[in-house]
Design a protein around this ligand. Structure first.
Ligand SMILES: [Zn+2]
Length: 77
């Protein structure tokens, strides 16, 4: 099942960490620049973006290519 998180959250751009890494947290989401799918940075349900760059589940999200990811802060609408 696919949930469009944009219908639930308002997303604002988030700065990368000083070392260029991706921030992480309960209100942090990753947008895949390839397929534009948004995945939570801490995902307890099994999710994946369409191109496979982001895969989540079990409380973590794996990022294959961090350069193709935009970190976002999600706020409930
Ligand atoms: Zn993707």
């Amino acid at each position: 099942m696919k949930i469009d998180l944009r219908k639930i959250y308002r997303f604002d751009a988030l700065e990368r960490l000083p070392d260029g890494g991706l921030p992480k947290g309960g209100n942090v989401y990753y947008e895949c620049n390839e397929c534009k799918v948004i995945v939570a940075s801490v995902s307890h349900i099994k999710v994946a973006c369409d191109c496979g760059n982001l895969t989540g589940g079990g409380g973590m999200t794996e990022v294959k290519d961090a350069a193709k990811v935009t970190p976002l802060k999600g706020t409930l609408r």
